[in-house]
Each structure stands twice: as structure tokens, then as C-alpha cells.
Design a protein around this ligand. Structure first.
Ligand SMILES: Cc1cc2nc3c(=O)[nH]c(=O)nc-3n(C[C@H](O)[C@H](O)[C@H](O)COP(=O)(O)O)c2cc1C
Length: 180
């Protein structure tokens, strides 16, 4: 069984282990080397035309955490010692000439997925959050008007330790796959 001290795990075990963690140890800091490995996993994510239109803001200071918390007021969110914000600008992403489709949202989602899976691999909890107040976040991080945040996640040690798989509520495979 995976635990917070193991080095790596099987990929299929990893993706099943990842779940939205909504309870964190406030006083258990996240090791810098773990954060660096997580950020590296985001850095190597694929993106359209390899534009890499992302910036990862790692929030650890008490002041900035307090400001960010106001954008999503949940007690469990406030417990996490780290929040990672994934942001970017449409002008930095690829645009399809045929119809103007811009890949920013897709690219940032892939990077975010790399980050949260890597955090799981490090024995850490995350929760993809989109239901934040963008205006509050924009002002707290002093973002430029064209900078867009699509996702943020708390990062920290789950209060349910060791990180264990929870049963997944998902559609059955035959509901979502068509073999033709
Ligand atoms: C795009 C996106 C936005 C989400 N926003 C929130 C959110 O604002 N708050 C929250 O508690 N969970 C949020 N989640 C987590 C989902 O509720 C969760 O991934 C889903 O219920 C499946 O559960 P699991 O992550 O535990 O497997 C979000 C997930 C995604 C992918």
C-alpha cells in the first residue's frame, strides 16, 4: 500500500489514489524539494505548439495565503500550507487559424493535471478549484488584466493519512466509450 514515505508508485495506482483532498495539516509544511519536483512535472507538460503559456504561482507566505483565501472561503482550503495558482495569457498560447480556437485553457488544464498527479506521487493532497472569485484573486496577486487564472489547488499533507484511495463515483466504462 502506498504511503507518504514511498518514492514512487505504479501509474495506475497513482491515478486511482488521486482524489480531491478537503482536509490538510496546517502545521505540517511541504518540503521544498517536493514542491520543486511537482513544479518540474508541470514544466514538462505538453502544450499546443509547445507554447508553454503558463506561470505557476506558489503561495506560501501567510499574508498572501490570507488574501487568496478570500477568493474561496472554505475552512479546509485555509488549512493548506501551500496554494498553487496556474495562470496564463491567451496571447501566449496557440491559436488555430481556421477558427480562432485558443489553447490556453487546455494547456493550463494539462499542466494542472501534471501538478496534482505529481503531488499525489509525493504523498501530498490537492484539490482542483475553479469556483474561486476571479476578481479577488486578480487583485490579491496583482495580475494584469489579460492574465487569466483557470485553476488553483491547495497542497499539503492530508488529514486522512496515509493518502488512501477513496471509491470513485464515475460513469461505467460502457457509458463513455464507443468502439467502432
Ligand atoms: C475543472 C474542475 C474544477 C473543480 N472545482 C472545484 C471547486 O471549486 N471546489 C471543489 O471543492 N472541488 C472542485 N473540483 C473537484 C471535483 O469536484 C472533483 O474532482 C470530482 O468531484 C471528482 O472527485 P475526485 O477528484 O475526488 O476524484 C474541481 C475539479 C475540476 C476538474
Amino acid at each position: 500500500m502506498a504511503n507518504n514515505n514511498r518514492d514512487a508508485m505504479d501509474f495506475y495506482e497513482l491515478i486511482n489514489l488521486r482524489h480531491s483532498v478537503r482536509g490538510y495539516h496546517h502545521d505540517k509544511p511541504v518540503e521544498k524539494e517536493k514542491l520543486l519536483r511537482i513544479l518540474e512535472a508541470g514544466r514538462v507538460a505538453p502544450s499546443a505548439a509547445n507554447k508553454q503559456p503558463w506561470t505557476f504561482v506558489v503561495v506560501t507566505s501567510e499574508n498572501m495565503l490570507r488574501a487568496i483565501h478570500q477568493s474561496y472561503e472554505r475552512d479546509w482550503f485555509k488549512q493548506a500550507p501551500v496554494v498553487i495558482v496556474v495562470k496564463g495569457r491567451k496571447t501566449d498560447a496557440w491559436t488555430r487559424q481556421h477558427d480562432g480556437y485558443n489553447s490556453l485553457e487546455t494547456d493550463l488544464a494539462i499542466a494542472m493535471d501534471h501538478l496534482i498527479l505529481s503531488a499525489t506521487n509525493e504523498g501530498l493532497g490537492t484539490c482542483w478549484i475553479a469556483n474561486f472569485n476571479p476578481a479577488i484573486l486578480q487583485s490579491a496577486l496583482q495580475l494584469k488584466p489579460d492574465e487569466v487564472v483557470y485553476a488553483i489547488t491547495p497542497v499539503g499533507y492530508p488529514t486522512t493519512e496515509p493518502l488512501t484511495a477513496t471509491p470513485k463515483t464515475r460513469k461505467e466504462i460502457n457509458q463513455i466509450v464507443k468502439w467502432v
